[in-house]
Design a protein around this ligand. Structure first.
Ligand code: GUN
Length: 292
């Protein structure tokens, strides 16, 4: 029997735990963690994410600060806002929603956020920490994926893992996390030769390429665990749309021992991990331990 890994239930549980810990830091240390989210422009998917982030931040008992800027905002004005947030003692986490408009240098903006308030784990100093296996803030989607993998598999040591996709947001940090857990890690990408053959070697397959249903069932090693990071909207024959992952779920579920669905797999874990990172930064900035 294939296990369908329920990210919705897992994330609800995690958010409940975070809310409990937030209540403790409020009560014991008079700290209310605060998360500032900056959105530049009107990208519809980003607007949905930002709304959802604000709602879940408040539900966890944290303060949510939303900054919505016009698509024509200059890089200088955006950097000015980030500087204000870096210096605001009520703000413990800053997230600048990506993608940014073309006239803005994404890397410059990401690295202008104080590493101590970076809740995305995108700042070079947090990227560096992860790459040497040190403690730090870990990008939310890979962190959520790893939490589900460990919950399902326990010790990952010695397992063969493949990450399909080499983005800075998911593929690379996911590979670093798997390496930290002593997996033997392959990072596959568009130039990889015999991608199906590479995938068939893996005990753990993480798909993060952004191509609808690219990974087929016969690419998967029988008994493997599959984490599908993709969220792609595709059109049905009747003109309606539906969400699918980067893995062809039906065929993959016949072969894998466990698989995350889309929707309801990795997706809900991302915001829960953002709250986790915000609580971690709020405690660190105030020199207190995150409650058990
Ligand atoms: N856009 C899509 N995913 C993310 C994310 O994890 N963080 C930020 N800041 N923007 C995103």
């Amino acid at each position: 029997m294939t296990t369908i890994i329920d990210g919705k239930a897992f994330s609800a549980n995690l958010r409940g735990e975070i809310a409990r810990k937030v209540a403790l830091v409020k009560e014991n240390h008079s700290i209310t963690p605060g998360l500032a989210v900056v959105l530049v422009g009107e990208d519809p998917a980003s607007q949905v994410y930002v709304r959802s982030k604000g709602k879940q931040t408040q539900e966890a008992g944290m303060n949510s600060y939303e900054h919505k800027l016009d698509a024509s905002t200059s890089q200088q004005d955006l950097l000015k806002l980030i500087d204000q947030l870096n210096n605001d003692p009520d703000v413990h986490g800053i997230l600048v929603q990506l993608p940014l408009p073309d006239h803005i240098d994404e890397e410059a903006v990401i690295n202008s956020v104080s590493a101590d308030k970076d809740v995305d784990g995108f700042h070079l100093s947090n990227v560096g920490r992860l790459s040497i296996g040190a403690e730090g803030i870990v990008p939310c989607t890979p962190l959520g994926s790893m939490m589900m993998l460990k919950d399902h598999l326990g010790d990952l040591s010695g397992m063969k893992a493949i990450v399909v996709g080499r983005s800075n947001i998911v593929g690379k940090p996911m590979a670093a996390l798997l390496l930290k857990e002593s997996c033997t890690v392959t990072i596959a990408h568009s130039r990889t030769r015999d991608l199906p053959g590479e995938c068939r070697q893996a005990d753990i397959l993480v798909a993060a390429v952004g191509r609808p249903e690219m990974v087929k069932g016969d690419w998967i090693k029988p008994g493997a665990t599959v984490i599908d990071v993709g969220i792609n909207r595709i059109e049905n024959e009747d003109g309606t749309t539906r969400l699918v992952g980067d893995v062809e779920f039906e065929s993959a579920a016949e072969v894998a021992a466990a698989i995350t669905p889309v929707p309801g797999g990795v997706g809900p874990m991302t915001i829960a991990c953002l709250l986790h990172n915000t609580l971690q930064q709020a405690c660190r900035l105030n020199g207190v331990d995150v409650p058990e």
